[in-house]
Design a protein around this ligand. Structure first.
Ligand code: NAP
Length: 497
C-alpha cells in the first residue's frame, strides 16, 4: 500500500493558469515563454517552455537521445530563431527520489503541465499497490487529454513480418477518456459490486423489456462501459480535422466499432460520428453511402431513385415495401440535400467518412492496409489496433503517440519502461523521437519535424539501426547501433534533407 496517497485523477477543467504556480521543488526556467491555447489550438512563441519527464527504466536512455535530436532539428531548421526551453519535471520512480517515497505524481508536476500546456514524457512504471492504476492513465484523465493519436507509418528498410508494409500509413485516433478502459469496475468478491449486480438483476433488467429474463451471474466481476455523445464527437472532430489536412485518398476517416453487438455504446459511437460528419462538417465531408448514391447518378444521369436504391442496397428486391420505401427516401434525401453541393464528383475532394467493424479492421490492416488512413476508435479497440498496426512497421521501438485535449497535450511513446534494457544505451529511441516529431508538428514547426522524418528514414534505409530492428533484418545488422548512436545517425542525415 502507499504511505501517502497519490492525487486522485480528476478532470482539470479549469483553464490553464495564467499566474505562475508556487512549486515546492521545481525552479522554472528564467527564459522562455508559455504556450497558450485558444479554441483547442496552441499559440506558440518562438521560445516555448516545454516540461519533460525523463521516464523510468529505458527513459534514462531514450530521453537524452530524443532531446538531442529535437534540439538539433530545431536548430537546423530555424538557425537559432526558434528554440525549445526545456523544463525538467518529475514523475514515476525519479519523482520518488526527489519528492519522497510513493510520490509518483507530485503536485509540482501537475501544476507545471497545467501551466505550460504541453509536455513530453518517457515511459513510467505502473506503481505496484493501490491508489492509482497507471500514471499515464491518470495524466490523461487529469488533463482531459481525450484523443490519443498514434501514427503507424513505414520507413523504408524497416524489417517487417508483412509483405507490403509500405502500404500501411494510418493514424489511429483512440478515444482516451471513456469506454470499459476507464476502470470503473468491481472485483467479484467486492460487496459493492455484488450489491450492484443484485440491483441490476432485481430492478434494472425487469424495468427494461428488451432485456427479457436475462440475469447476470452472481459472483461476477463487473466493469462499466460508458460512451457519450460529447466524448465521441469531440474526439471524432479531432480525427476529421486531421484528415482535412491530408490529400487525395488519405482524406478518409473510418469509424471503427463493434456496434453490431454493443449497440448503445459502440453503435452509438458510429452514429454520433456520422452525425458530426454530416452536420458540423457537412460542407467538407461525404459518407460512404452518400458517395455511392452520387457516384451512381454521375455514371448514369438518367438513373431513377429506385434503381439507385437498388444499387446501394443489393438485397433491395427482397426487402418489405416499407423498407424499400425507406431506402428510396434515403436516396431522395441525399440527392436533395447534397446533390448540388457534393455531386458531379465534387465529393471526391472531401473527407470520406465510413465505418467498419473492429474485427474486420484487424484483418484488413493485414490484407488491404492501403485502404485505410485515419481510424477513429473507442479506447480499448484503439489500444489493440494501434499495437497491431505498429507491429507491421517496426514494432514498439517505432511507435509514437500523443495525448491531446483542448487545453493540453502530452507526447509519449506507446511502449513501457522495458526494465531489462534500462541504462544499457541499446534501446530504440525511435518511438520517443517520433513522439517529439509529433510535438513539433503540433507546435506548427513543420520544417523541424520534416527533418526528423527524413533523418530517421535515411538512417534506417542505410541499415543504421538499433538491436530490435537489426535482429530482424536479413542478414542481421552486426553490430547494431547504440541508442545514442542512432540519435547521432538521425542528426547526421538532416543535412541531405
Ligand atoms: P514494455 O516496457 O513496453 O517492453 C516490452 C518489450 O517491448 C521490451 O522488452 C522490448 O522487447 C520491447 N520494447 C519496448 N520498448 C522498446 C523500444 N523503445 N525499442 C525496442 N524494443 C522495445 O512492456 P512491459 O515490460 O510489459 O512493461 C514494463 C513497465 O512499463 C510496466 O511497469 C508497465 O506498466 C509500464 N508501461 C508504461 C507505459 C507508459 O509509460 N506509457 C506503457 C506501457 C507499459 P525485447 O526485449 O524483446 O527486445
Amino acid at each position: 500500500m502507499f504511505a501517502a496517497p497519490l492525487p486522485t485523477p480528476e478532470l482539470c477543467t479549469a483553464p490553464l493558469s495564467t499566474t505562475m504556480p508556487l512549486f515546492s521543488k521545481l525552479t522554472p526556467p528564467r527564459e522562455g515563454t508559455t504556450i497558450r491555447f485558444a479554441g483547442g489550438k496552441p499559440i506558440v512563441p518562438h521560445d516555448p517552455i516545454i516540461p519533460f519527464i525523463r521516464g523510468d527504466g529505458i527513459g534514462v536512455d531514450l530521453w537524452p537521445a530524443t532531446q538531442r535530436v529535437l534540439d538539433a532539428a530545431v536548430e537546423a531548421a530555424y538557425g537559432g530563431q526558434r528554440h525549445i526551453v526545456w523544463f525538467k519535471i518529475y514523475a514515476g520512480d525519479e519523482a520518488c527520489q526527489v519528492y519522497g517515497d510513493f510520490q509518483y505524481l507530485p503536485e509540482d508536476t501537475i501544476a507545471a503541465i497545467r501551466q505550460y500546456g504541453i509536455a513530453i514524457k518517457g515511459p513510467l512504471t505502473t506503481p505496484v499497490g493501490g491508489g492509482i492504476r497507471s500514471l499515464n492513465v491518470a495524466l490523461r484523465q487529469m488533463f482531459d487529454l481525450y484523443s490519443c493519436v498514434r501514427p503507424c507509418r513505414y520507413y523504408r528498410g524497416t524489417p517487417s513480418p508483412h509483405r507490403r508494409p509500405q502500404d500501411l500509413d494510418v493514424v489511429v485516433y483512440r478515444e482516451n477518456t471513456e469506454d470499459i478502459y476507464i476502470g470503473v469496475e468491481w472485483a467479484a468478491d467486492d460487496p459493492v459490486g455484488q450489491a450492484l449486480l443484485t440491483h441490476i438483476n432485481e430492478t434494472v433488467i425487469p424495468a427494461s423489456p428488451s432485456l427479457g429474463k436475462r440475469r447476470l451471474r452472481l459472483g461476477s466481476g463487473l466493469g462499466i462501459k460508458p460512451v457519450s455523445k460529447l466524448g465521441t464527437q469531440r474526439h471524432v472532430r479531432k480525427a476529421i480535422e486531421y484528415a482535412l489536412g491530408l490529400k487525395g485518398h488519405r482524406r478518409h476517416v473510418t469509424l471503427v466499432h463493434k456496434g453490431n453487438i454493443m449497440k448503445f455504446t459502440e453503435g452509438a459511437f458510429r452514429d454520433w460520428g456520422y452525425e458530426l460528419a454530416t452536420t458540423e462538417f457537412r460542407a467538407v465531408c461525404i459518407t460512404e453511402r452518400e458517395s455511392w448514391v452520387l457516384d451512381n447518378l454521375a455514371k448514369d444521369p438518367q438513373l431513377s431513385v429506385e434503381n439507385n436504391a437498388r444499387k446501394i442496397d443489393p438485397g433491395y428486391d427482397n426487402l418489405t415495401p416499407a423498407k424499400q420505401q425507406a431506402v428510396c427516401k434515403e436516396v431522395q434525401g441525399i440527392l436533395h440535400s447534397i446533390g448540388e453541393s457534393h455531386g458531379q464528383d465534387r465529393w471526391r475532394e472531401m473527407v470520406l467518412v465510413d465505418d467498419r467493424i473492429a474485427d474486420s479492421v484487424f484483418q484488413q490492416l493485414q490484407t488491404r492496409p492501403g485502404e485505410y488512413s485515419v481510424l477513429a476508435t473507442l479506447n480499448l479497440n484503439g489500444d489493440y489496433i494501434s499495437d497491431a498496426a505498429a507491429a507491421i512497421v517496426g514494432g514498439l521501438g517505432m511507435a509514437p503517440g500523443a495525448n491531446i485535449g483542448d487545453e493540453a497535450a502530452i507526447f509519449e511513446a506507446t511502449h513501457g519502461t522495458a526494465p531489462k534494457h534500462a541504462g544499457l544505451d541499446r534501446i530504440n529511441p525511435g518511438s520517443l523521437i517520433l513522439s517529439g516529431q509529433m510535438m513539433l508538428e503540433f507546435l506548427g514547426w513543420h520544417e523541424a519535424a520534416q527533418l526528423i522524418s527524413h533523418g530517421l528514414g535515411q538512417a534506417i534505409a542505410n541499415g543504421q539501426v538499433t538491436y530490435d530492428l537489426a535482429r530482424m533484418m536479413e542478414p542481421p545488422v552486426e553490430p547494431p547501433l547504440k541508442c545514442s548512436e542512432f540519435a547521432t545517425a538521425i542528426i547526421n542525415h538532416f543535412q541531405a534533407g
